[in-house]
Design a protein around this ligand. Sequence first.
Ligand SMILES: *Cc1c(COP(=O)(O)O)cnc(C)c1O
Length: 472
Amino acid sequence: MYQSEHSHAVPERHCLPSIGDAHLRPSDVDTLLAALRKALTTPRAPLAMPQDTRQLTHAVEHMAGPTISEQGLGLESALSVFTSCLATQGVPTDHSGYLAYIGSSPTPSAVLMDGLLSATGMIGSGWMGGAGLIWAENQVLKWLADLAGMPESAGGCFVAGGTAGNFSALAAARQRFRQQSTGGKGIILTAASAHSSVASSAALLDLTIVDVACDEAGRMTAAAVASVLAQLAAQDTLTEVVAIVAVAGSTNSGQIDDLHGIGRIARQHGIWFHVDAAYGGAFLCVPAMQPRFAGIELANSVIVDPHKGLFAPYDCCALLYAEPAGALSAFTQDAEYLEHINESDEWNPMHYAFHLSRRARGVPLWFSLAVHGSGAYTQSLTQILALTDTLRARIAEHPELTLIEASSLSVILFKRRGWSHQQYLAWADQCLADKIAFVVPSKWQGETVIRLCIMNTHLEAERCEALLASLG
Ligand SMILES: *Cc1c(COP(=O)(O)O)cnc(C)c1O
């Protein structure tokens, strides 16, 4: 007998997901949401070293026994293990004292949207699976491409991080090279200032790195690139150059290569120009900083890590191509079950990088931008630069410290008079033990230095004073 559409309709979706209503009660959901609220609203605990594996294993076993078992621990116990044993171990990258690597301080709206994104059950690989989410991601990509002054055609996708972004951009460059090549394995031109992921991507792609010298400020210059190209021409290997990779905000010193000069040379030779703005790209939001990025618009590909300076949660890298269509043949996977996607005209992020299944990881940033407005980003990044300048000035006037003038953006490099490498290491350990800051020594032109990178707006003046005092 015919049944009306409504009388015995199968519910579109169970109110609680997959493993069954018996296993997760509505009150459990409330418990989890309360824990999330608490995590977002409780100030960070003072800095501390994490326990080692043995101590951590002991602590968890003491509290709950084996955590993976036939019956399961139940929500309360498993959550207690998480909140009291696990989430307390390690240094949060959004801690105001996190100055060691490049930190991250995601907005609560982005963090919460990250959870909501998973709850949509949608996948960001192809238009069919998550059209609305991909549309939102593309809005953010367009915003970034416009900030960089890239052409109208620019587009791409979000990948897990700068490493995946550099790898995919170079894979696309290699694809174009192979299509046009007259032979040779392929050469990448880059400088010592480039991120380690450039060398590792080149190795994976079987491309040879040819090193370009940096000037005293640690920048790759157009003159140095031209000189290497002339040498390659003399050796008859100029046609083997796949790409020139410049950095806009080097990880170690924050320096920006001569993007304009290098980009023009790349254009003249028809060589792919990749700009790694994983760290520096966020500062494109600050109008006063934009002139320093002049030439980025000449790039064939650009990466920016929103999980660094754009207040997005991990893991998130925007990968942009000036001409995305060119990347398709490098990444489109062939499979019977993918044919309908490969033949569709809509935007399918799976075609623009080395990945297939993917979360729409650009959506938390889109949401946060939509909620707060891009002006909030300009303001926060301006504030980060102001905090950096204040600390820089204190370091510059300190009698025992020597500022490395070349350090830039939100990175500060400096030396302490008369210290050995061992003393720098001991100082960094003591800083953490004293809960002042999480810092690590680095190198500048072969010498040990202190490197601070500010990536949050809540670095306290007292913390800076304690840090300076610890340096004697
Ligand atoms: C951080 C960084 C990378 C690598 O990014 P991940 O997201 O850590 O993979 C690449 N290039 C530069 C300049 C970076 O600062």
